[in-house]
Design a protein around this ligand. Structure first.
Ligand code: PLP
Length: 399
């Protein structure tokens, strides 16, 4: 028996069974669906991409996996080299893990230990955002601010080591003024808060955060598990404002295999690099640096560059603005568009109940949550397919 994610098993509608997937399409026994979710925002190049398939089969003839403890191999070396050169600034040190949540845990652990290694033992607090989502493991839930996890709050009481603020510069300055000597890091989903409700905010907030972090010696962490690889219309938000630690996941492997990476800059790395064994980073997921995942990630990044995904994303954004121009409905609170993400927030969650089945009948796979209807399509989507996704959203309100 499968225990499905984010579902009340007693009342859930059965999931659609996928028999094949190709390009932007998912195939069930009776329907062909455009995947407007890109399998939780990860399948940026579509399903069964020949280059990505080949990356896996080629590596498979050598080996699928070897541990990274005491061993290394070409795929992980090539991927870390690539990331080192491709990522902005001096984000050069790549720690691999098997999922975004774990990679965020690693970032938080690094930030805390960085200060413990320096003997600044009072810096135990984390600054985070309201409505943040950083994963489903315990520390990421604590740093996150998701109603779905408030049972943890009920169980343990409000965390004394995490402070949540809104994306307002005033609140940011106030938090730093009050807590700067106790903070080890400020963690954000930059520009776009995904699972917390597709909330978008301005880059000026991040620029001010960078200044304050510099002033007070607090590490800035960008969780770009969702926003990385072009989703916001920037390659990485880290291209605009440079964090000390960057977390990538989801689209890292083009959605082929679960893998993630925590990338540290020189300052952070040097906080661990000395003669003292107790200053080492004691972490090591069993499947970190998996050879199949690294091989496909490397090819996915090469595709991202060679196919000029950034201009594809700009095209997606243009078409989205064009199709939604002038569209409104009294039940809609706000329509938000950023790069390859579009979201329609309604006042009442009831308004979009039944949308998934409606979209299914029209050849679109969608998975609204809370009071949010949204699309994060694969970048390889054709114009008419994207128009179909957007028209299906509009049609729902015109019934
Ligand atoms: C999905 C997500 C995570 C968690 O990644 P998993 O691979 O599901 O563990 C963390 N942070 C953000 C911003 C995410 O969107």
């Amino acid at each position: 028996m499968i225990w499905y994610p984010y579902q009340q098993m007693k009342t859930m509608t059965p999931p659609y069974k996928i028999e094949k997937a190709q390009g932007v399409y998912l195939y069930t026994q009776d329907q062909k669906l455009i995947d407007s979710m890109a399998s939780w925002w990860s399948v940026i190049h579509g399903y069964q991409h020949p280059v990505l398939n080949e990356a896996i089969t080629t590596q498979l003839e050598k080996f699928a996996h070897v541990m990274l403890g005491g061993l290394t191999h070409e795929p992980v070396e090539k991927l870390s080299d690539k990331l080192q050169h491709w990522l902005p600034g001096d984000l050069d040190y790549c720690f691999f893990s098997d999922s975004g949540s774990v990679a965020v845990e690693v970032a938080l652990k690094i930030a805390l230990q960085y200060y413990m290694n320096r003997g600044e033992t009072q810096r135990t607090m984390v600054l985070a955002l309201e409505h943040a989502y950083h994963g489903d493991t315990f520390k990421t839930m604590e740093v996150g601010d998701d109603e779905d996890y408030h049972f943890v709050l009920h169980a343990y009481g409000k965390s004394k080591s995490v402070l949540h603020i809104p994306t307002k510069i005033g609140a940011l300055e106030k938090a730093f003024a009050e807590y700067h000597d106790r903070l080890n890091c400020f963690i954000v989903e930059p520009l776009l808060q995904g699972a917390g409700g597709m909330r978008m905010y301005d880059v000026s907030f991040l620029k001010r955060a960078r200044e304050l972090c510099d002033t007070y010696g607090v590490l800035l962490i960008f969780d770009e598990v969702a926003t990385g690889f072009g989703r916001t219309g920037n390659r990485f938000v880290a291209d605009l404002v440079l964090p000390d630690l960057l977390v990538l996941g989801k689209a890292l492997t083009g959605g082929y295999l679960g893998h993630a990476v925590t990338v540290a800059n020189h300052k952070v790395y040097e906080g661990f690099y000395d003669e003292n064994p107790a200053h080492a980073l004691m972490h090591g997921p069993t499947f970190m640096g998996n050879a199949l995942a690294c091989s496909v990630a490397l090819k996915s990044i090469e595709l991202f560059e060679s196919q000029d995904d950034m201009s594809r994303i700009r095209r997606i954004e243009e078409i989205t603005y064009r199709e939604l121009a002038g569209f409104s409905d009294p039940r809609i609170k706000e329509i938000r568009i950023m790069g390859g993400c579009v979201c329609i927030e309604v006042y009442d969650a009831e308004t979009i109940k039944g949308y998934q089945a409606f979209a299914y009948a029209r050849g679109v796979f969608s998975r609204p949550f809370l009071n949010i209807m949204y699309a994060m399509v694969p970048y390889v989507i054709e114009e008419e397919e994207l128009v179909q996704v957007l028209c299906t959203m509009k049609e729902w309100f015109r019934r």
